[in-house]
Design a protein around this ligand. Sequence first.
Ligand code: PHE
Length: 341
Amino acid sequence: MKEKVEALKAEITDYVAAKNDELEAFRLKFISRKSVITDLFADMKNIAPEDRKEMGQLLNELKNTARDKFNKLIASVENTKKESTDAPIDLTLPPIPDTLGSLHPLSITKKRILEIFERIGFNVSYGPEIEDDWHNFTALNFPENHPAREMQDTFFIEKDPDIALRTHTSSVQVRVMEKQKPPIRTLSPGRVFRNEAISVRAHCIFHQVEGLYVDKNVSFADLKQTMLYFAREFFGKNTKIRLRPSYFPFTEPSAELDISCFICGQKGCKICKHTGWVEIGGCGMVDPNVLKNCDIDPEEYTGFAFGMGIERITMLKYQINDIRLFTENDIRFLRQFKSVN
Ligand code: PHE
């Protein structure tokens, strides 16, 4: 029996395991309940009583040797696994390019508009999307029964007092004028809401940028020149503008702002409906009543305001034919704006 123990000890010490199945073979042979060592312990009963103590010690030693070896084998098998996954990197392979996202086309347009106006001294102001009647309508000189207050245009949240989703960002300009005295040069970009059926050209949620300039001696000529500056910066330096008389409750006089069609060079195309002009927004001189409502003396100060739809301008600039594309999150659409950032 002694020789058997010596032979097993040698086998255990020399055992090498590189893979899991070799490790398992070792476990079965030397560690498990049916191992050769267990068999030897069972054989103890056949040993002469005076030799039992010594044999017992030898067997315990053998058992410990097997355990220690087993732990070492586990560690070495794990190491070889790690090494094989840490394969050397082939530095000559082409790199996997980072897939960067892109700004949303509406964000790109908004950013451009803000940059253009920031260069001539406009700051940016924000206001709440849920507005009271005063800031969205009354302070802006909307007559009591103006159709824009009716249910078909406005999403009301509460009645008496009226709380609604703002229908334009002119409400932010009222907030600015209430807080700040002239000179004021501010742009208010943001989301607006109108109760309209969603179609190719219209959405019930869209974005506007409105601008306001209030100071001493601000004239219609300033408005015109500012609009021309913007149109040239945004649509190209040969762009012309045209102002058509219009009506807004908060401006007097009021105008629609058209730009010369940059797609056909005014030769006539589908986009400009063969007129050579496309509309990009509304503008006008701030109505004296609006200034008064905000505690600004209309005898001392005058101002102009303008408003543009960000969706509309983006659609024109990139010739997008369906407003719904902006909110569908179709990656094939959004990807096309990667290079524009
Ligand atoms: N608030 C107007 C709209 O939403 C746009 C506008 C702003 C017109 C400022 C004139 C002056 O349609």
